[in-house]
Design a protein. Structure first.
Length: 941
């Protein structure tokens, strides 16, 4: 007797969809059916008849699309809808009537997704679901919350839609992978205009610059022919040909995107590494070297993909695992800037191995591509994957992936391949678009091009090189980016910086250019302070006496501009390369070269990519800094002292109800250059030049800002060459003691209100949790210290080694004043409540102290002389004792992981900075604290 349906054991069965005219197989489908109802082989024919008539939910074998019961499988294989990805299986339908938006779609099988809605401009105030639930922009809603359904299989209807473009983002719960769609303004025409799509899968198109690669994997990457298992090819197992496996697909992607001559060797040597990792000395690493030299001779590879996981035996030995794979990487002949990407496997039962692999990759800053999203699953106790290669007879070969599965593996790895260097994580809610070394290098190799225009207008009113400021010289060469909505100009005279920014056809420049220290540009600050005069040179008279080391992009205080080394305009982008000037000295170039790539980023914004390279050779080049200095990264100066400034302080970033202040920058205009550094909870700041004309700065990591106003009584003008200004800047703290290159991106945005700037910032992807690794590649990773010493970047080995009570200040007597600071950040505390610190410690303390600053808090007392100004910067007031957690440390000089629970009433709003302190060493017996990791992801013990 058959068991009741819910108790019957089910198993996957396969249906070949054939062309009835020719009998040719078009594609395969899978169904989970009661085993005792359609027994094999006797019940096979009946199953095929029932399935072909639409009797079951069927899954297309090689792309996972669901054909629901009641639907006859089409003759032509269903394909994923254009613009979707592996998170979603159904095409969406859009119906717009009046101000209602309906979306219909379903997640791919086995995907648990969340959904959020965001406007690209304006607000979502008053939007409701079809059950009357109010929606907050930027909040993720789980499946079922809006519709009462377990999956998004019915319409989600939104009412009171604004007439603006909207982004809809799906996020997978298991690993946080997201995919977004941006749709045009809602119209009352029952039509929704699709404007663009973006997301993590398929991978973004980048420009690469790779020549040779080594793909170190197991049988998924390469397996020789074997008659014993009826496998007769020499490529990634179960792929139908050498051009269909994952390595070939990765190589094809690189060749199509900037690396046309890329060549590679695919290896199965990784299967030896994974199976024998627990005994590193037993492995012949020379075999790896031999494979590379056999393929490339004396040439070295510049890209490596490591993909293992299916053959790692049970158990956990991270030390042995690290040793094995470190030796394997060391055995590969590779260039100094070789990029390495790591990925795990798709077979179940290897969780410990996957964890070791990810820990190894994270500790070395290798981008890690998890394959959890395409891993096998269990269906009624049986392993199942829509990518199994059933066309082969051997069960072991079948368990490998077919062509579509190899493409899925390739996609995950491609998404992690750097277009340039393995740049550091800048922390806190930052936009994550990488800056590519390759793009700078490509421009640097191009021939110089002429400038677009020559501007005959005179800059300034003095004589060059004298104490009379502002030489009366022509503005000279400049390039123009103008789309009719905004106009940006890059001026040679100002070191290739953006020196003009206007709306429409007005040519009314918002940026102030009173001298070469004004405008929108990069200005760096380093030790020592004061920087004593160079021999044969003098300080600038007046207020700049005592300045620190200050390489500046515009020019020096004597109005000598930076030396332009190269200029190229190509494909809508402007490349400049200049030697920065020392601001406070008379015509003194520095040892810093700045390269800049400027291009239009949207209808209202320009993107500015920066690579600055320091090669300091003076007597201070090898001295550690006692603390970091505040940078202008960049500054942004607008004409007139009467401008209002807009910025966000609230605890709900990019929510329509977040606290956004719009006011004059300082309370007392009768002061000069008053600095007011403060934290902001969204990475932007906007200035109102004139009614209906706003300009703003957006940047990754721009969570510490300053603003001021300057009015010289004798000059009340409001134009680009007059003195009065409103000054804003990104004032992050950095140590400038590293020779080498650093990269950064910022955006200048113009529009008719500050929402244009804010919405542009909201359109950029952001991280949601802290995740800092400290190693030879990432160094301090944006962190900085006070009254300590470290090994200076680049670190000689992984880990940030801090020695306390050894700072350079003469008044330091013990480690009580030593402190470590995170970069300025903007993480919502509701997104995490635990952090992990991977450390080793030697010193007298048994506990250290982790504290943090929240949005709207000031670290010191409020100034009673400026009550209005202080209240509008620090609505929470003085932090006082602050939010603090003590955590125990083990004084044995070995690696440990501290787990710190942050939950409580003082863990609220937005966290803007973390601080580590509580050291108690002395100059004679200092603490030594080495940190490998700080973040919300457990790095293991």
């Amino acid at each position: 007797m058959a068991l009741p349906g819910f108790a019957q054991k089910k198993a996957p069965q396969r249906l070949a969809r054939r062309d009835p005219a020719t009998g040719q197989i078009q594609y395969y489908l899978l169904a989970s059916v009661p085993q005792n109802t359609y027994t094999v082989p006797t019940g096979k024919k009946q199953f095929e008849r029932d399935a072909s008539a639409g009797g079951f939910n069927l899954i297309v074998e090689d792309n996972g699309i669901v054909i629901p019961a009641g639907t006859v499988p089409p003759l032509v294989k269903p394909q994923p809808p254009t613009g979707t990805n592996g998170l979603l299986s159904a095409q969406f339908t859009y119906n717009v009537a009046n101000k209602q938006l309906s979306i219909e779609g379903a997640p791919a099988p086995g995907q648990t997704l969340q959904l959020k809605f965001e406007p690209l401009s304006g607000t979502l105030t008053g939007i409701q679901s079809n059950q009357g639930q109010a929606l907050n922009a930027g909040d993720y809603y789980p499946a079922g919350t809006l519709t009462g359904q377990g999956e998004y299989t019915q319409e989600w209807s939104l009412f009171n839609m604004p007439q603006v473009a909207i982004r809809i983002t799906w996020r997978r719960v298991s690993d946080g992978a997201t995919h977004s769609y941006v749709f045009g303004p809602v119209q009352a025409t029952r039509q929704l205009l699709f404007t663009r799509s973006s997301g993590s899968d398929p991978p973004p198109t980048l420009t690469y610059n790779y020549q040779r690669g080594y793909f170190l994997g197991n049988s998924f990457f390469s397996h020789g022919a074997s008659t014993a298992i009826n496998w007769y090819q020499n490529n990634g197992m179960a792929a139908s040909g050498p051009d269909k496996d994952a390595p070939a697909r990765i190589a094809a992607h690189l060749r199509a995107n900037g690396s046309p001559s890329f060549d590679y060797r695919a290896s199965g040597y990784g299967s030896i590494l994974e199976q024998q990792y627990a005994n590193p000395s037993s492995i012949n690493y020379a075999g790896i070297t031999a494979e590379v030299t056999e393929k490339f001779g004396s040439q070295k590879v510049d890209f490596i993909a490591v993909r293992v996981g299916e053959n790692i035996p049970p158990g956990y030995n991270q030390t042995a695992f690290n040793q094995t794979f470190d030796q394997a990487i060391a055995a590969i002949p590779k260039t100094d800037n070789c990029k390495i990407v790591v990925s795990d496997g798709v077979w179940l039962g290897h969780d410990e191995g996957h964890a070791m692999l990810q820990s190894w990759a994270n500790a070395r800053s290798y981008p890690f591509a998890s394959e959890a999203s395409i891993r096998e699953t269990l269906v009624n106790g049986n392993r199942f994957s829509p990518y199994y290669a059933y066309q082969y007879t051997d069960p072991g070969v079948q368990r490998h992936f077919n062509d579509e599965g190899h493409q899925q593996i390739a996609n995950l790895i491609i998404a992690k391949i750097p277009s340039g260097s393995n740049g550091g994580n800048n922390g806190g809610g930052n936009p994550t678009t990488p800056v590519s070394d390759a793009e700078f290098d490509q421009f640097a190799q191009m021939a110089d091009t002429p400038w677009d225009e020559y501007d005959n207008r005179l800059f300034g009113n003095g004589a060059a090189g004298t104490n009379g400021r502002h030489p009366k010289v022509a503005i000279g060469e400049k390039d123009v980016l103008d789309n009719g909505t905004v106009r940006f100009e890059v001026w040679k005279l100002f070191g290739g910086a953006v020196a003009h920014m206007s709306l429409g056809s007005s040519r009314d420049n918002m940026l102030n250019l009173y001298d070469l220290g004004r405008g929108a540009y990069m200005s760096l600050y380093g030790h020592p302070q004061p920087l004593f005069p160079y021999k044969g040179n003098t300080w600038k008279n007046g207020g700049w006496t005592g300045m620190s080391h200050n390489p500046i992009q515009g020019g020096d205080s004597f109005d000598y501009p930076c030396t332009m080394l190269k200029h190229v305009k190509a494909n809508g982008k402007i490349y400049t390369k200049v030697i920065l000037q020392q601001w406070a000295f008379h015509n003194q170039p520095t040892d810093v070269v700045l390269e800049q790539i400027t291009s239009l980023a949207s209808n209202n914004a320009v993107e500015v990519k920066i690579r600055w390279t320091q090669n300091r050779t003076d007597e201070y080049a090898n001295i550690s800094e006692p603390t970091a200095q505040q940078q202008e990264y960049p500054c942004f100066m607008v004409n007139g002292d009467d401008c209002r400034v807009a910025y966000a302080l609230g605890g709900e970033p990019f929510n329509a109800n977040n606290d956004v202040r719009v006011l004059r920058p300082i309370e007392n205009l009768n002061v000069g250059w008053e600095q007011t550094p403060m934290y902001i909870s969204e990475p932007w700041q906007a200035v109102e030049y004139k009614p209906g004309q706003w300009g703003g700065l957006v940047a990754p990591g721009f969570y510490r800002a300053t603003q001021s106003a300057y009015l010289r009584p004798s000059d009340g003008g409001k134009n680009e060459f007059s003195d009065p200004i409103v000054y804003t800047a990104d004032v992050r703290s950095l140590h400038l003691d590293k020779n080498g290159s650093q990269k950064h991106t910022y955006y200048l945005v113009a529009g008719n209100n500050y929402d244009v700037v804010r919405n542009f910032a909201a359109s950029l992807p952001r991280e949601t949790k802290p995740d800092w690794t400290f190693n030879t590649a990432k160094g301090r990773n944006g962190w900085w210290y006070k009254q300590c010493e470290d090994e200076r970047e680049p670190f000689p080995s992984d880990g940030w080694k801090i020695t306390t009570a050894r700072g350079l200040q003469s008044d330091q007597t013990n480690a009580a004043v030593s402190k470590l600071f995170s970069p300025a950040i903007g993480y919502k505390t509701s997104d995490f409540n635990t952090v992990y610190i991977r450390y080793k410690y030697s010193g007298p303390s048994s506990q250290l102290r982790l504290s943090w600053i929240r949005n709207g808090e000031k670290e010191g007392p409020l100034d009673p002389q400026k009550p209005l100004q202080e209240a509008n910067r620090w609505p929470r007031g003085w932090r006082g004792g602050g939010s603090t957690r003590l955590f125990s440390v083990i004084n044995d000089g070995q690696w440990h992981t501290a787990t710190i629970n942050l939950s409580g009433g003082d863990w609220s709003g937005v966290v803007q900075e973390f601080q580590l302190e509580g050291f108690s060493g002395t100059p004679q017996s200092p603490d030594q604290f080495t940190m490998m990791y700080f973040g919300a992801n457990n790095p293991g013990n």
